[in-house]
Design a binder for this molecule. Structure first.
Ligand SMILES: Cc1cc2nc3c(=O)[nH]c(=O)nc-3n(C[C@H](O)[C@H](O)[C@H](O)COP(=O)(O)O)c2cc1C
Length: 158
């Protein structure tokens, strides 16, 4: 585990999680990572299992990776230092841009997942998809990722 962050419980710092845009990292079958900006997200208790629910539009490359690539994702709340990545992750597609490189993000290999988390995040979560379904309210798909481990950076730890 990196010394710049510590393990936390899945529901700790939930207000900070809710308030901020996240960076969702997914992975294709060859191990290539992609990152997308994610506002539509929540942390929920799914029959006793802590999950992150991510709403992803069908048009996103991320949707393809979550359904056809690796069955895991990470969610990262960026600190001010890497906040510029939200614009890049939210306006380009991983189909034709290596956004992690473009945004100059450094990654930390997952402890519980194949998918990496992002260095200099305030909060990071490694998740395994346990359920997914169509949203009846929007043109998005719901992905429920069981939180296998969560971290907070030393900067936000009280
Ligand atoms: C601030 C912000 C928040 C966003 N939130 C979401 C979201 O919750 N769900 C979604 O499907 N797209 C969201 N988007 C749009 C995607 O991040 C964007 O379409 C991205 O380019 C998709 O990348 P991809 O094709 O590599 O998956 C958001 C964009 C921005 C700028």
């Amino acid at each position: 585990m990196s010394k710049t962050r510590q393990e936390i419980g899945p529901y700790d710092y939930i207000e900070h999680f809710k308030r901020n845009t996240a960076l969702l990292v997914s992975m294709d079958k060859n191990g290539k990572l992609n990152v997308m900006a994610l506002d539509w997200k929540s942390i929920e208790d799914l029959e006793g299992i802590p999950v992150i629910r991510a709403q992803v539009a069908y048009s996103r490359y991320t949707y393809k990776l979550l359904t056809e690539g690796v069955n895991e994702f990470t969610v990262n709340i960026p600190s001010d230092k890497i906040y510029h990545a939200v614009d890049i992750a939210g306006s380009y597609s991983g189909r034709n841009t290596d956004k992690i490189k473009e945004a100059g993000l450094e990654i930390i290999p997952g402890n519980k997942t194949k998918v990496s988390t992002i260095k200099d995040s305030d909060l990071s979560y490694e998740c395994q998809i346990v359920h997914s379904c169509k949203s009846e309210m929007s043109s998005h798909h719901y992905f429920y990722g069981k939180i296998l481990i969560a971290y907070a950076s030393n900067n936000i730890l009280k």
